[in-house]
Design a protein around this ligand. Structure first.
Ligand code: ZN
Ligand code: ZN
Length: 92
């Protein structure tokens, strides 16, 4: 019984190993990305657009998409999901 479970465990590990593929994305120098990924779309966290947007919401700041009274783009940075700084969120 014990031996069987060890064999099954080893099989599981090897299946996970085969599930890993090289990222389909290319680097800035047009070389295939060497990162290994388990994702279905074969894109690592650097190339997967979904992953990038998720990490942005976690803490990276973006420049406010609002405009000033002079109709110039707002230069304030914000972490808010709306992409608006605290000055422009207040207005609404
Ligand atoms: Zn990649
Ligand atoms: Zn703003």
């Amino acid at each position: 019984m014990l031996k069987k479970s060890i064999i099954i465990g080893m099989m599981c590990v090897s299946v996970v190993g085969f599930g890993q593929t090289q990222c389909k994305g290319t680097t800035k120098s047009n070389v295939q990305c060497s990162n290994i990924t388990k994702k279905e779309n074969s894109l690592c966290h650097n190339h997967d657009p979904n992953h990038v947007s998720a990490s942005k919401n976690k803490g990276e700041t973006v420049i406010c998409s609002g405009t000033t009274k002079k109709n110039a783009p707002c230069k304030s940075r914000t972490k808010d999901k709306s992409g608006l700084c605290h000055n422009h969120r207040k207005d609404k």
